[in-house]
Design a protein around this ligand. Sequence first.
Ligand code: ZN
Length: 218
Amino acid sequence: MLSVIVNKSVCPSCSATHQLSIALPLFAGCVSCGCVYFVDKEKVTTKTDLKAMPVQPFSIISVGTKGKYKGTEFEVIGHIRSIGSGAISNEWLMKMATGLLLWLCECGFNYSVFDPRPVKLTQDHIRHIKAGEWMSVENKDYTVTDLSKQVEFQMEGQLPEECFNNEPYFEYNAIDIKDKGLLSVCIFDKNTIEGFRGQSISLNSLELSGMDKFKSWI
Ligand SMILES: [Zn+2]
């Protein structure tokens, strides 16, 4: 679990000041000039070539949106858009009131919440796996539903250094038919394979503050 700190950083490109919500080191998107910069443990900032997300005028979930998950309040502090070979997916970083970080994910209007702590996997877990077949992870059997490849990555807000990959990588999505548990297997290289466990949720259950904006549309 990452500790909660109250801190500020200055954008190395335009000198805008941002409040930092998570422990260093981290990546931050500048809301003034749109660059993405890195803040190291000593609060030294450097420019990066990470892609910032284009500004969206309308979005139910954005950086700053508040909500509730399993009775605990959270605020969205970061957002990744992963453009894959088959689909575009969104991942929002939820900072829980307890300090715990979770990912709210969306793909094809299906929403889920993932634990960012990975299960280390080996090549044996994924050898010869194709869609429709099952793989066993931590004594649970997951059926593989699809395989995709991240080809582009965009971000906004703040993200811890070790919690994302902006390079191309392969990802298997799988589901445990028995309890509907989700597993996302990310293959970064042949020695770095990580599984992330998640659960499907209904968007309404999160009581998102951004929903209020949309009430006037009806
Ligand atoms: Zn800036």
